[in-house]
Ligand binder design. Structure first.
Ligand SMILES: Cc1cc2nc3c(=O)[nH]c(=O)nc-3n(C[C@H](O)[C@H](O)[C@H](O)COP(=O)(O)O)c2cc1C
Length: 181
């Protein structure tokens, strides 16, 4: 699949078949996603694939803000917790911030990596949806995350149970792009 088709035709998928996600295929997706650019090539993203009781625990504890996400994740075969190594992206070696964005480059890097992950999954025939509405403390507790790591996002992944849906409308280029000279 060419890159433009992949970027344009990937959709958020929220309904999945019961077929499990192959651990080998998930490894291949991460092998591709690791080529995403990152601050000084720090590669801070780490992926924790939750299935079974760990996924159920996250559904029970982490979605009070939006129970719709819990229902979807419960029915999905796998939930990937995208975590990151803290205090690397956006930081100098002495621990000070490199720029005025302070630690926000961590989330920037995680976002780029998440998109690469979702595009790679799409190419492999899998559907994904990134979730932002969840309680990160509960997720960290459920997966036993160490203090030097943070939770960036959740990515639900599985075999799509629906045909690729229509793309939600995007803003026009004229609204997105400004030329100055
Ligand atoms: C940072 C982020 C957080 C999101 N959070 C949720 C979420 O909590 N629940 C959900 O169903 N979709 C979530 N989405 C998916 C968006 O709703 C979706 O990407 C958007 O509507 C565009 O649709 P598309 O991905 O099919 O192009 C999130 C996407 C991003 C990038």
């Amino acid at each position: 699949m060419d890159a433009i088709k992949c970027i344009k035709e990937r959709r958020s998928i929220r309904q999945f078949t019961a077929e499990p996600v192959s651990h080998e295929v998930l490894s291949e997706i991460v092998e591709i996603a690791r080529f995403a650019p990152s601050w000084k090539n720090t590669n801070i993203s780490r992926y924790v694939a939750a299935e079974g009781s760990v996924k159920d625990l996250i559904c029970d504890k982490a979605f009070d803000l939006y129970p719709g996400n819990a229902e979807m994740v419960r029915k999905a075969p796998m939930l990937v917790v995208q975590t990151y190594v803290k205090n690397r992206s956006g930081f100098e070696r002495d621990g000070s911030f490199s720029t005025k964005k302070e630690d926000r480059w961590q989330n920037y890097d995680a976002g780029i990596a998440a998109e690469a992950f979702c595009l790679a999954a799409f190419e492999k025939g899998l559907g994904t949806v990134i979730l932002g509405i969840f309680d990160e403390d509960e997720v960290a507790k459920a997966i036993g995350l160490s203090e030097d790591r943070g939770v960036a996002a959740l990515i639900v992944i599985g075999h799509p149970a629906i045909d690729n849906p229509e793309a939600p409308k995007r803003k026009d280029v004229s609204e997105l792009l400004t030329f100055l000279s």
